[in-house]
Ligand binder design. Structure first.
Ligand SMILES: Cc1cc2nc3c(=O)[nH]c(=O)nc-3n(C[C@H](O)[C@H](O)[C@H](O)COP(=O)(O)OP(=O)(O)OC[C@H]3O[C@@H](n4cnc5c(N)ncnc54)[C@H](O)[C@@H]3O)c2cc1C
Length: 392
């Protein structure tokens, strides 16, 4: 008779929980600094149950908030480094247009982050983005660095390089328990692991993982529907020269935060989504009430009729993903207020993919008590009062 399998037991320099893009980059930076690192993932990889799956994410230099704008050059360089290390292309430069009312404060912030570029008028915009209609009083700002990151390929690349640097990635192992201490103990469905530092990057599951550690973080998982729309005339937007990504900042006939990417995943289908979703439990995101309409289709159809009339006004493909939002939309990158060797990276609020190389570096630096490469003030847990619950 075969002996029952023994649970794994091992000690590492660092343990990272969650092999989404943030945890994978954190583990990569630790392994590059020669720290014996364990990266744990609850699902068998690759999976599509978190926030990092799919083919595409937008990247850009334009950011209204200075703290993100200052991180972007570092991020672009780090993506290039990963491309070189992995020997694969992870970014397609398409340019990005920001569309908003003339004089809009956020648009001005973006323009500042780009070093003060000129507005595009409707004619120039139409040359770069044929068929896009602007209305009176609306302008476009061009970010020539904008483009598409190949998300699934990037996740695989960073995990491959992590392993090449000697890191251990164990998937299909869910973390069940964390015992704090100078040497922490992490119990999973298959083993017990110890390390002097722990980084929690568990995406929409972070709230549940840190609650037993006495933390109530204001993290809201949201179900996001991802839509792909067919061109009325095949080829108008999907063939020929490169088409840009775009984002809206409150147009006269459409709300803030609609974004689009040129056809990539599916031939002839343009990805066009709304940056808002519905609160959900990450384990129950598919359980929408039966027959419930997709809440954002009407809004996006109306946008298409007003601004992108070359697309069919009904989506051809619908997929889902998850955001984990904070109340102010800024990330949480900080130590646990009571257990300083537990570091938390969460609340990426639907815009964290492009910054993952820098996020991973900052979380790695925090865990090793190194001077952070960027100001951490905007990401502090203490900006949310009352998150630390009764002592354990
Ligand atoms: C539709 C959509 C479009 C987006 N577009 C953009 C964009 O254009 N540009 C941009 O910059 N960003 C974008 N984002 C945001 C970006 O994708 C996310 O910020 C990023 O992927 C978050 O990564 P993460 O590692 O924090 O989370 P996840 O990818 O969710 O990773 C967390 C991981 O932790 C694992 N885990 C959780 N609990 C446990 C446990 N107990 N034990 C072991 N493992 C565990 C999970 O299984 C998961 O794999 C978009 C997101 C979505 C959903």
């Amino acid at each position: 008779m075969a002996a029952p399998s023994q649970p794994q037991q091992a000690t590492y320099d660092a343990i990272v929980i969650g092999a989404g893009i943030q945890g994978s980059f954190t583990a990569y930076h630790l392994a590059q600094r020669h720290r014996n690192t364990l990266l744990l993932e609850q699902f068998i990889l690759p999976h599509s149950r978190g926030s990092s799956h799919g083919q595409s994410r937008i990247t850009r230099s334009a950011y209204p908030q200075g703290h993100y704008a200052r991180m972007m050059p570092d991020s672009f360089r780090s993506w290039q480094r990963l491309e070189a290390e992995a020997g694969t292309s992870l970014y397609r430069r398409t340019g990005l247009v920001l569309l908003g009312p003339a004089g809009d404060l956020e648009l001005e912030g973006c323009r500042r982050s780009l070093g003060g570029v000129e507005d595009l008028d409707a004619t120039t915009l139409a040359q770069r983005f044929p068929g896009f209609r602007l209305h009176a009083g609306e302008v476009a700002v061009w970010d020539g660095t904008g483009g598409v990151l190949f998300a699934d390929r990037a996740l695989r690349a960073v995990q491959d390089v992590f392993r090449r640097h000697g890191g251990t990635l164990r998937d299909g192992e869910k973390v069940l328990r964390i015992e704090p201490g100078a040497v922490l103990t992490v119990t999973t469905t298959a083993g017990v692991y110890r390390a002097p530092r722990l980084i929690i990057t568990a995406g929409p599951w972070t709230g549940a993982l840190v609650a037993p550690l006495g933390l109530r973080l204001p993290l809201q998982p949201l179900r996001i529907d991802v839509y792909y729309w067919r061109e009325k005339e095949p080829g108008t937007l999907s063939t020929g020269r490169t088409r840009p990504c775009f984002m809206t900042l409150g147009l006269s006939q459409a709300p803030h935060s609609i974004y689009g990417l040129p056809a990539l995943e599916y031939p002839g289908l343009v990805k066009l989504c709304y940056h808002h979703g519905s609160p959900t439990d990450p384990d129950k995101r598919d359980l929408a009430p039966s027959g419930a309409p997709h809440p954002n289709i009407a809004l996006l159809s109306s946008f298409i009729k007003s601004y992108l009339p070359m697309l069919e006004p009904q989506p051809a493909v619908v997929e889902t993903c998850l955001y984990t939002n904070t109340p102010d939309g800024d990330f949480i990158l900080d130590r646990h207020p009571k257990f300083s060797n537990i570091i938390i990276g969460a609340g990426f609020s639907g815009h964290g993919f492009k910054l993952a190389p820098v996020v991973g570096k900052l979380l790695c630096e925090l865990s090793l008590s190194e001077e952070p490469s960027h100001s951490m003030a905007p990401f502090a847990i203490t900006r949310f009062p009352g998150v630390l619950q009764a002592a354990l």
